[in-house]
Design a protein around this ligand. Sequence first.
Ligand SMILES: Cc1cc2nc3c(=O)[nH]c(=O)nc-3n(C[C@H](O)[C@H](O)[C@H](O)COP(=O)(O)O)c2cc1C
Length: 379
Amino acid sequence: MNLYLVKLIRDSDCISTWFSHMEKIATDAIAESEINCHIIVICGSREFAAAASTGKLRNSRIIFAADLDGSGVNIEAMNVIGYLNLNPTALEGSIGGVIVDGKGELYTKDLGRRLVFAANMAGCAFPGKPLVEATGSLSNFAVSAKLWETSLDGAYVKNCRLLVEKVASFKAPTTERGDYCTNQLGTLEKPKILAIHAGNKATSNSFSLWREAASHLNDMAEIDEISIRNGQVLDCRGCKYEACLHFGENAGCFYGGVMVEKVYPAILKSDVLVLICPNYNDSVSANIMAFINRLTALFRTNDFSRKRIYSIVVSGYSGGDIVAQQIIGAINMNKNFILPPHFAMLETANDPGTALELPGIKERAEAFAHGIISYRIPD
Ligand SMILES: Cc1cc2nc3c(=O)[nH]c(=O)nc-3n(C[C@H](O)[C@H](O)[C@H](O)COP(=O)(O)O)c2cc1C
């Protein structure tokens, strides 16, 4: 198997001490593991486009490595994002990870999310926690440095090594039920899908698209829908880590209520989470955000790394990409869910009931449903 290391250095001549260091970390990580994998370096956006246009970057493993100065702008990375936006099958069947090295404290997460979103829309899947970002002070590694009893720099290097290993060795998971998978598509047989929404079922555009997609899943999945009524889920209280851990160990949370009684058990038994998200002020709605924040207690004591996240996002005017990136940040990067290829269905419709009138919508909903049911992580 080939692992492509895509070098997105701000200097167009591609000379970088940081990247040489990164390449050595990746080479050592592979050499010292038992993974059978050949590392190929791609330098800059032109080489990336040339390799992608021959189809080489499909069915492969890819680490995007970008640096940032205080400007927060990396033209090479933006060119790669541009190429991916225009070539929606360029990375079909691939698995990715991202490393962003910043000089300042800002912009690293933003670039990481944009790269993951663009690559995902071009067919690349990402394991949970697929981003290693280094802010200028490295203080974002304080927790892992303490845990591993090492320096901030040591924690940075170790996180990079672990990411390279994770991307290179990522395999089709069995479900928590252990029953992976002998149907004709070689996928999960009857995955358990949990769909979460917070709108008015009778009028919601995003919910109507989910129902259209779900009509194609009928006998192929076990579907559970939970409707979060307005204000029903209180936002996270921000308990101390120890208190949150304590509640989480008992599958609970300080506030209890529907989240603990109904949503936590449903999350634990699900294979796939579908978040149904209208765009509210270029964000998921407050009810969906409260749901995400309140997942924290359960996340502390449970492994979500085999679950997959999908989403339907409907905007009245624009901005679905921003909402999708918010979901990537929260559920894939923070909560460790797998991001399968083409994880989001992004549509624009404003007046109630009009989403189902969009040209080609039934075909897109069917394709979205087929993606959920048919995706298998390549061996
Ligand atoms: C409080 C609120 C904020 C909104 N903010 C945005 C926005 O920032 N951008 C946008 O494109 N549409 C915005 N919209 C429009 C909705 O995204 C749009 O009407 C969508 O179809 C709603 O989906 P739903 O019917 O599933 O709730 C907003 C709607 C509401 C009610």
